[in-house]
Design a protein around this ligand. Structure first.
Ligand code: PXL
Length: 278
């Protein structure tokens, strides 16, 4: 069984970061190994959340694992709480990057042109440096702009603008750069990617559901990583992740009384598992 290490926070209520990654990776049939970077009472979209920083545990966990000789088929990171955590994650990459270990960075730090509470522009630049150590990066439009010091063009940026951002993102050094949450001229919603080796773009969209929620980037990244571990190509895995994430948003939109702080990712796990079969 493949083992994926994911390094991000636990928001006790929020259905994001680890509480999204663990069920999704498990549904994919891969073993989730975790390094919780912090424990929050909720994700940071609520006010008054508690925050227990676990940075001091990160290196002792690494040292123990080194002694045990653990191996990871992928390492993927999401929300990180500080620049020091970013530095420690670099050590994780350097320590556990095996010949076939895929490194995926989702620089979860911003939405709609605004940084999440607690982050500043310097943090965003440091996240850009972490991206340079990845095989695949998955920022949304805001995150890409912050890492590149580019003006935020809005969520409805046209395809040429997104392609321009991708070419710049490629210079950070990841082999494959993907911008998520892009809008297409036909009204679809999806992602656009760029492959460094070939200089080619690729894109995929699903119908737009008129519903905004939190944590959808985390659901997407976990579903992508899970699919990649099931021997799907990068493009197939991204499509599966987009179809699954879209189904989660639609399910939430259509289910009266759904929570408004996250999507119904659990309800669509059978659909995700179905998608992985083909
Ligand atoms: O990527 C979503 C996310 C993860 N973790 C924490 C967050 C958020 C989004 O707000 O606050 C703590």
């Amino acid at each position: 069984m493949k083992r994926v290490l994911t390094i991000q926070d636990i928001s006790c209520i929020g259905k994001c970061s680890l509480t999204a990654a663990i069920p999704v990776l498990s549904a994919a049939g891969v073993e989730p190994a975790i390094v919780p970077t912090a424990v929050l009472s909720t994700h940071t979209m609520f006010s008054g959340f508690t925050f227990r920083d676990l940075t001091d545990d990160m290196l002792p966990i690494l040292e123990h694992w080194k002694k045990e000789g653990f191996h990871f088929d992928a390492i993927y990171t999401g929300y990180l709480g500080s620049e020091r955590q970013i530095d420690i994650v670099k050590t994780y990459f350097d320590t556990f990057r095996g010949e076939n270990t895929k490194i995926i960075v989702d620089p979860a730090m911003s939405d709609n042109g605004r940084l999440y509470t607690g982050f500043d522009e310097h943090f965003a630049k440091e996240m850009g440096k972490l991206c340079s150590k990845a095989d695949i990066v998955l920022p949304n439009i805001s995150e890409a702009c912050l890492m590149l010091s580019e003006e935020y063009p809005g969520e409805e940026a046209d395809e040429k603008t997104i392609e321009g951002l991708l070419v710049k993102l490629d210079r950070l050094g990841a082999g494959i750069s993907v911008i998520t949450g892009t809008t297409f001229s036909d009204g679809g919603f999806g992602y656009t990617g760029y492959v460094s080796d070939t200089g080619e773009f690729f894109r995929y969209s699903t119908p737009r559901v008129p519903y905004k929620s939190h944590g959808t980037g985390d659901v997407f990244a976990a579903a992508f990583t899970g699919a990649l571990m099931k021997e799907k190509s990068v493009e197939q895995a991204l499509q599966i992740a987009a179809d699954y994430t879209c189904a989660c948003i639609k399910n939430t939109f259509e289910t009266p009384g759904s929570v408004n702080y996250a999507v119904n990712l659990e309800a669509e796990l059978p659909y995700y598992m179905e998608l992985l079969k083909y």
